[in-house]
Design a binder for this molecule. Structure first.
Ligand code: ADP
Ligand code: MG
Ligand code: ZN
Length: 644
């Protein structure tokens, strides 16, 4: 993030900083003075051993001496060597020698004690003052380095970063594929710029807008774009930054944030990841009283939002990807009364986002962003940004001049199926099992309605656990799934295991993931979409919101008899799908063998060649009977799917 200036309150109290710094320097100077002065400017004279000194005294050569506690300075009689100058020597006295005065007197040496120490007062002073000074100095230093004032003083200050006039460097043109959200937000920026236009007519400016959408769809990016476009101060803070160890801190920070915002109005306050502090009170957390701090913070936020007049010119924008966990009180009119949905982009949106991110990437002639957009349903903006970067990295690794379409295709595969793991070497039996398994998925997938084209099958391990994979690509964006498509999907998921059963007569653990998905889907078929004829359109699962408010159990209360019925129905659906998968594969045994052999040889089969092969799959008469259409669900609408 470029130039974001710090909130004024975060600037450290200057007095304290100087206090720490200058005293440390002063202290060092004094200490140096104390030791250097006597050393450099005091008398310097040759050192002699004490015994030599005594010998010289006894020889009558010493004229006078200054006897200190820790050293003796003495002068030799100048006439002895015939030199006129005085020679000064130093020796260290032996404390035990109590006869020294006597000896000196006997040899007529003039002697006395040294004058009181001139530098002593500094040492005395320092011995009293230095320890506390050192303590304060270190304390000040640490606090400065930490980047806050003394902890106790700033803990209640909000940590919002404030930026003005485009300092985030993001503009609305950097955000694509979310046009509705953009229009609404542009309107909000307009409220702030031309407030009178609205208030003149008696309209109340909305207090808050809530950006809601899945992760990576560009909510934070949109907020930065507002900051970049609006000519007003922009406070930005993340929900989790309110909360710290101490109870009550969050509430204090909310208060502080609003105080500052009101002073700087008109302005925008952006709270990212609102769910971190706006979680439903009561429910969810489970432990009663365990979320005191968050609750207080939330209450403070609600109070503040009620507490200012709509026309003061402070607009609060918040973002969350979990609107269902937010406290309903937050969404009441007069608070976050506008909800702006930032959804995953559609095909056109994806192309636009790809364009934004490909601006700084060198693309080869053959790259068609529209085609990439078709192949990436379900990708959010962040995924697409990642995709472009991945492709560019791949091209760079190959030392290409520009990024080619193949790089994008490989990047898509990486994102949906994981990295290739050629190092994971399978033995012959394993490889054969995997090959038949994948071809089983592919043949069933090719015959089922709405499942999209089977694009690729591979026995090259990829990702975390996959030993092989089958990729299906939808032909268009879809938002609903018809009932027979769900059952078709279940059959396709079971295709791998069914092929193993038919060919080897036994099954491997490789189908574990498929079976998990199968069962989940069959359960949703019954309990969420109400597609079972026996149980009818009754929802047995609660929505997440109800789940959160209702402490715990995701299922509605049902009688044991109904529970049994659900289990039986789920099993029935899975069994039927399994049966149809087996029937289809029996019917197409030759195709299965032949394709699996080819796959073992070549490791990867894809594109037109694969499609032509799979087009030869025969649909048994039973299939059409089994596929009777009718009901519709919102289940995972045909994203590209990878079966392992
Ligand atoms: P979130 O909705 O989780 O806050 P972000 O705004 O943090 O998502 O998006 C992460 C990144 O993904 C952005 O920095 C940007 O590069 C890219 N991105 C997401 N959505 C879009 C979009 N609509 N247009 C362009 N880029 C996007
Ligand atoms: Mg975000
Ligand atoms: Zn599988």
């Amino acid at each position: 993030m470029p130039v974001e200036t710090n909130n004024k309150n975060q600037i450290k109290p200057p007095r304290l900083r100087q206090f720490g710094g200058s005293f440390l320097i002063l202290l060092t100077l004094l200490l140096l003075l104390n030791y250097i002065v006597p050393t450099f400017f005091g008398p310097r004279s040759p050192q002699v051993p004490y015994s030599d000194f005594i010998v010289q005294v006894e020889a009558g050569k010493v004229e006078r001496a200054v006897v200190g506690g820790d050293r003796i300075q003495y002068v030799l009689k100048s006439e002895i060597d015939g030199k006129p100058t005085e020679q000064v020597f130093t020796t260290t006295p032996v404390a035990l020698d109590l006869d020294l005065p006597k000896i000196l007197r006997e040899h007529n040496v003039e002697f006395g004690a040294p004058p009181p120490d001139q530098n002593g007062w500094i040492a005395t002073l320092l011995s009293w003052v230095a320890p506390p000074l050192i303590f304060f100095g270190i304390w000040g230093f640490l606090i400065n380095r930490q980047g806050g004032g003394p902890a106790a003083l700033t803990v209640g200050k909000s940590k919002a970063r404030i930026s003005s006039d485009g300092s985030t460097g993001v503009k609305f043109t950097d955000v694509a594929g979310v046009d509705e959200a953009k229009v609404e937000l542009e309107e909000i920026v307009d409220f702030l710029k031309n407030a009178d236009k609205y208030t003149r007519l008696g309209a109340k400016i909305p207090k808050g807008a809530l950006l809601v959408g899945p992760p990576g769809t560009g909510k934070t990016l949109l907020a930065k774009a507002i900051a970049g476009e609006a000519a007003v101060p922009f406070f930005s803070i993340s929900g989790s930054e309110f909360i710290e160890l101490f109870v009550g801190v969050g509430a204090a920070r909310v208060r502080d944030l609003f105080d500052q915002a009101k002073k700087q109005a008109p302005c925008i306050v952006f709270i990212d990841e609102l769910d971190a502090l706006g979680k439903s009170r009561g429910g969810a957390g489970g432990f009663v009283g365990g979320n005191d701090e968050r609750e207080q913070t939330l209450n403070q936020l609600l109070t503040e939002m009620d507490g200012f007049d709509a026309n003061t010119g402070v607009i609060i924008i918040a973002a969350t990807n979990r609107p269902e966990v937010l406290d309903p009180a937050l969404r009441r009119p007069g608070r976050f009364d506008r909800q702006i949905v930032v959804d995953r982009p559609d095909k056109i949106g994806r192309e636009a986002i790809l364009k934004v991110h490909a601006r700084n990437v060198k693309l080869a002639e053959d790259v068609n962003l529209a085609t990439i957009a078709i192949r990436t349903p379900g990708f959010a903006g962040a995924d697409l940004a990642n995709l472009v970067n991945e492709a560019a990295l791949l091209a760079a690794r190959q030392n290409r001049q520009a990024v080619i379409m193949a790089d994008f295709n490989e990047a898509i595969e990486r994102l949906i199926a994981g990295l290739e793991k050629r190092s994971r070497v399978l033995n012959e039996t394993e490889k054969k099992t995997v090959a038949y398994h994948e071809v089983g998925h592919a043949i069933i997938g090719a015959l089922m309605p709405g499942a999209g084209k089977v694009e690729k099958i591979s026995v090259v391990p990829r990702g975390v656990g996959a030993l092989g994979y089958t990729i299906q690509m939808p032909e268009e964006d879809r938002f609903l799934m018809v009932e027979d498509e769900i059952r078709g999907r279940i059959a396709t998921l079971l295709g791998g295991r069914s092929a193993e059963e038919i060919v080897f007569g036994k099954v491997s653990t490789g189908a574990g993931d498929d079976i998990q998905k199968t069962t989940d889907l069959a359960e949703r078929y019954v309990t969420v979409y109400g597609m079972s004829d026996k149980l009818g359109p009754v929802a047995f699962e609660k929505t997440q919101q109800q789940f959160i408010e209702g402490y715990g159990n995701p299922r509605r209360s049902i009688s044991p008899k109904v529970a049994e019925e659900i289990d039986r129905e789920v099993k029935q659906i899975v069994d039927n799908a399994h049966h149809i998968a087996l029937t289809i594969l029996h019917e197409n045994r030759d195709l299965l063998e032949e394709t699996a052999e080819e796959l073992l040889q070549r490791e990867i089969l894809e594109g037109t060649e694969l499609r032509e092969r799979l087009a030869r799959a025969k649909a048994p008469a039973e299939l059409n009977e089994w596929l009777r259409s009718g009901k519709v669900s919102e289940d995972k609408p045909l994203m590209q799917s990878v079966l392992n």
